[in-house]
Design a protein around this ligand. Structure first.
Ligand code: SF4
Length: 449
């Protein structure tokens, strides 16, 4: 600590961790490492592949812990690009303990011993905790806010995050969760989404997501985006891709960048803001390749690259971790720190979730360090409400961990409900963080119900 400050800013220059430290990748050349095809072909999908990469650096205890989680609790299957594994324990010897403690491992390779045994899930946790599916107006198209929609084009990603909020739809089924399936052929889905937008001129902002748009063949994505740009009332388009970090090699492919430049030029001609939104939770995930991918998108004419991280215990739940990440995003990778979400109330996520009070404290503690425009808002995505800045809570029962929120618009499923704008909507803190009286209350509720 310098000058008595609670945080010490230090520039963190990016370095690609040395992947040849992993026994399985000793002979991998820089050309292979930089190839999207090589990365995709070598994604880790199971324990055997993980063992093959890590060799004897990690002992059996870890693999057994991982296998136990996959059998009993995981809501997402394993899918990890080499790029992401390489950001775990990046600059010190890889050991079992170091891997256990690693923040990126903690959400990308969850193990059974991470999960809480007292309250693994909150009693109010649900598969589609934001009710996005309930608000589909066409397959994959969620119309929740009056002027904005979320367009889920597909249900896969190049990487699967343990805490994925769309765990009911995204990825392969796991023993704990059988996934919802998109029913329409992709072209029919796209047609239905575009048709809805043509008939709803009040929608001006489209988040094009999934899954991850990096898993859509570029020619299909380009065609969808050009059709979107032909809808006169659309003014903002945001492409959601965690792969900008998880598989930056994808976004560095020359053909794809040519295509992105064509889309960006059309957007510019039409006066539409085209941006990329990515999902980075820890400074260790930022490497020179990630910074190059962000810069390449900006050079192609995308107006902005922004980050929406998720606040999680053991990953980034300290002011220092958030500030390190934000300074690295802003200063080294030209990515705007934009949001941190509270981890949503999905099943088996209690060990990750942070209570609202802690999030308020973190928001307080990160103010004043970064440029104001690059100071992220920490938000709670309240079911049936939407994103609320954590200080917007109307009432907060700290003993039982229940916060109450209001909203100022109707979702598409509430047109006939007269109380929408006066009702208070509840959000729940993880029970293990409550005082003893609050924990007892929840235990009594559970046994009564
Ligand atoms: S990249 Fe996004 S959609 Fe895909 S698994 Fe991760 S959080 Fe879910």
């Amino acid at each position: 600590m310098s000058d008595g400050q609670p945080y010490e800013y230090q520039r963190r220059e990016l370095a690609e961790p040395d992947w040849t430290r992993f026994p399985g990748w000793r002979g991998v050349t820089a050309a292979d490492w930089g190839s999207a095809q090589w990365q995709r072909a070598h994604c880790l999908k199971n324990l055997d592949q993980l063992r093959a990469a890590l060799g004897d650096l990690v002992d059996d205890r870890f693999y057994a812990d991982l296998a136990a989680d996959q059998q009993a609790s995981a809501t997402m299957s394993m899918l990890l690009p080499p790029q992401m594994l390489n950001t775990m324990v990046p600059h010190s010897p890889m050991t079992t303990e170091a891997l256990y403690a690693d923040p990126v491992r903690r959400y990308m390779l969850p193990v059974a011993s991470d999960r809480r045994t007292d309250w693994p899930s909150h009693p109010h946790a649900t598969r589609d905790s934001l009710h996005e599916h309930d608000m589909w107006v066409a397959e994959g198209l969620t119309h929740r806010y009056p002027t904005k929609v979320l367009a889920e084009l597909l249900s896969t990603c190049p990487q699967y995050c343990g805490h994925c909020t769309r765990m009911d739809l995204v990825g392969n089924s796991t023993p704990a969760v059988s996934k919802l399936r998109l029913a329409l052929k992709p072209t029919d889905r796209y047609d239905a989404q575009i048709a809805y937008l043509r008939h709803h001129p009040q929608v001006r902002d489209v988040v094009v997501s999934g899954g991850d748009v990096a898993n859509i063949p570029w020619r299909h994505l380009e065609s969808y985006l050009l059709r979107l740009l032909a809808v006169e009332t659309v003014r903002d388009i945001r492409l959601a891709t965690k792969a900008l970090m998880g598989l930056p090699q994808h976004w560095l492919q020359p053909d794809l960048l040519d295509g992105l430049a064509r889309v960006a030029a059309t957007a510019r001609t039409r006066g539409v803001n085209l941006a990329i939104h990515t999902h980075i939770n820890h400074a260790n995930s930022l490497t020179p390749l990630v910074a190059r991918a962000a810069q390449a998108a900006l050079d192609a004419g995308v107006r902005d690259v922004r980050n929406q991280g998720v606040l999680m215990r053991g990953v980034n739940d300290s002011a220092a971790a958030l500030l390190d990440l934000c300074f690295t995003l802003q200063g080294e990778a030209n990515i705007l720190p934009y949001y941190f979400y509270l981890c949503d109330m999905i099943p088996n996520a209690e060990h990750w979730r942070v209570p609202v009070a802690a999030a308020q404290r973190l928001q307080h503690d990160i103010m004043g360090w970064l440029p104001g425009y690059a100071t992220p808002r920490i938000v709670c995505d309240v079911p049936f409400v939407g994103k609320r800045w954590v200080h917007m809570v109307t009432e907060y029962d700290r003993e039982h961990g229940i916060s109450y929120w209001t909203k100022n618009y109707r979702t598409t499923i509430e047109a006939g409900d007269p109380d929408v704008l006066t009702r208070r909507y509840a959000y729940y803190d993880p029970i293990d963080t409550l005082p003893a009286s609050g924990r007892r209350w929840w235990t009594k509720q559970a046994s009564a119900g």
